[in-house]
Design a protein around this ligand. Structure first.
Ligand SMILES: Nc1ncnc2c1ncn2[C@@H]1O[C@H](COP(=O)(O)OP(=O)(O)OP(=O)(O)O)[C@@H](O)[C@H]1O
Length: 496
């Protein structure tokens, strides 16, 4: 039953975090400010599960403590007798349920001491999760960059970095061990004493024949049960510390996601989709870098950019590395909120942004070629995909549509860029923004791919490219140059 509850709760909470993490490109902006939240992926994958498991354990443990407390406290109360407390010759007080009050006081003191010994445990558990996640991320990065690391023979360097991450993890774990040892030592001693204590107190009444041997045994077991219920915090202290650390980590993620969504809502870059607009109209666009903790003055990439991208008017954007060409595309695609200005777009036009680094999802080649559309993956017929593969000089792949592989490792960078062209040709978007999408290809292949793109989609799509090579000029009508924080039109190129 508990497992069923955990299962449904985990599914709901994971879905809730995933929706928030993926909504409005929050995951992308979280990566731009990597210091804001450590390893959100680990929080969603591991912390959610253990938070739910610990919540269930503590709730059930708490309920169990209450249920066993009620009958035993009555037994203890009724067998405790009356203790006379004489303050002066004239004043005395008959205290009923003396053993029960002693139990409460002992459990209270025990809880205070436990809290004092284990106070650090919550922070240590929090840090442990962070170190575990960093180590796992280090290993995942190694797997993602196998070829570069192997080519550089960077194994020693990677080994040192990974062992540094692992040492941090181990040193924190040692502190947890020390703290847990002290905590366990105390809670076990406390539990042993609890078993003997009631007999020590009640034995005087037994020897004076006020209570029978049966009463003494009953007092002993009732005391232990009541003590156990009161000592819930002591028994579960380690679990409580872990639960608090997990709650804190999840709350941090909630706050980070909230901040990211608020930041997006308050962005001064307004993107308006309207039926009235046929063009992509940019007005007074300033692009900035994300604010660093150390400075409160934004770093500007370009400012006051005004432009109208008209349908079927191909544009080439050039400029030095780092001047902000890709950032312009990021702004247009709505993932970069830093800056200000207004962008108006046609409401229903399909717009595709092709980033500099090709992305190949895990799965079949067909899935890779039709990404991110799931409907296209199921509906596109093989003959059409095969024709496009041939057009884009990927004849070798025509019979491998259903092969499942890590295509980012199998295909060369140039081949991956050709694959992206197949994707674009399949999807036929109305506006195509290509960010150095042919940078890994030789010039003849680049020319061939652009010719194919214009032949296939030139009449129905508008192509806007970022590129460095001169041979791209022949395909575009207009060239924009990014320099000195300005983007200006430089010359009219040949008509396509
Ligand atoms: N998340 C970030 N935090 C800080 N600076 C960033 C971030 N992303 C990009 N930049 C900086 O913004 C500047 C513009 O980057 P952008 O990718 O737009 O350049 P680019 O003109 O496309 O360069 P290239 O031609 O080399 O692709 C660069 O100096 C880059 O270092």
């Amino acid at each position: 039953m508990t497992q069923l509850l955990e299962l449904h709760w985990r599914r709901w909470l994971t879905n809730h975090f995933l929706s928030n993490y993926l909504a409005d490109h929050a995951y992308y902006r979280a990566s731009l400010k990597s210091k804001r939240d450590d390893n959100p992926d680990q929080k969603i994958s591991a912390d959610v599960g253990s938070y739910i498991a610990h919540t269930c354990t503590l709730t059930i443990g708490g309920m169990h403590a209450i249920i066993s407390f009620i009958p035993h406290v009555f037994i203890l109360w009724s067998l405790s007798g009356v203790v006379e407390i004489r303050a002066t010759q004239y004043f005395s007080y008959n205290m009923r349920g003396g053993l029960m009050w002693i139990t409460v006081i002992c459990a209270g003191l025990g809880t205070l001491i436990t809290d004092r010994i284990g106070r650090n445990l919550m922070n240590l558990n929090y840090e442990q999760e962070r170190h575990e996640a960093n180590f796992r991320y280090g290993l995942a990065r190694l797997r993602d960059h196998v070829e570069s690391i192997a080519s550089y023979h960077g194994e020693l360097n990677e080994h040192v970095s990974l062992m540094n991450l692992f040492s941090a993890l181990m040193s924190n774990f040692r502190q947890i061990m020390r703290c847990s040892f002290r905590l366990n030592w105390f809670s076990h001693s406390f539990s042993y004493i609890s078993h003997v204590f009631p007999y020590m107190i009640a034995s005087t009444r037994f020897f004076s024949k006020e209570i029978t041997l049966g009463d003494l045994t009953q007092i002993g077991s009732a005391y232990v049960q009541v003590q156990k219920s009161f000592s819930f915090v002591i028994t579960y202290y380690t679990t409580i510390a872990q639960w608090r650390a997990e709650t804190q980590r999840l709350l941090n993620l909630v706050n980070t996601l909230k901040d990211l969504h608020t930041e997006k809502q308050h962005s001064k870059i307004k993107i308006i989709r309207t039926l009235k607009e046929q063009n992509i109209r940019i007005e007074g666009l300033n692009a900035q870098l994300p604010l660093k903790m150390t400075t409160d003055r934004p770093q500007i990439l370009f400012e006051n950019f005004n432009w109208i991208f008209e349908p079927c008017q191909s544009v080439l954007i050039t400029g030095q590395s780092g001047c902000g060409k890709s950032t312009l595309f990021r702004i247009l695609s709505g993932i970069w909120p830093y800056g200000r200005g207004t962008i108006t777009m046609p409401a229903h036009d399909t717009i595709e942004f092709v980033p500099q680094k090709p992305y190949c999802p895990l799965g079949s080649l067909r899935h890779c070629l039709t990404y991110p559309s799931t409907t296209l993956c199921a509906s596109a017929d093989d003959a059409k995909i095969q024709r496009l593969l041939r057009l884009c000089q990927l004849e070798l792949l025509v019979n491998r549509l259903n092969d499942v592989d890590d295509w980012s490792l199998v295909l060369s960078l140039g081949e991956q860029q050709k694959m992206i062209f197949v994707r674009v040709l399949l999807r036929q978007p109305k506006w195509i923004f290509l960010d150095e999408a042919t940078s890994s290809l030789d010039e003849p292949s680049e020319t061939h791919l652009y010719s194919t793109l214009f032949q296939e989609l030139g009449s129905c799509s508008t192509i806007i490219s970022v590129g460095h090579r001169n041979n791209l000029q022949q395909f575009h009508r207009i060239q924009l140059q990014c320099a000195n924080r300005q983007i200006n039109r430089v010359n009219l190129l040949t008509d396509t």
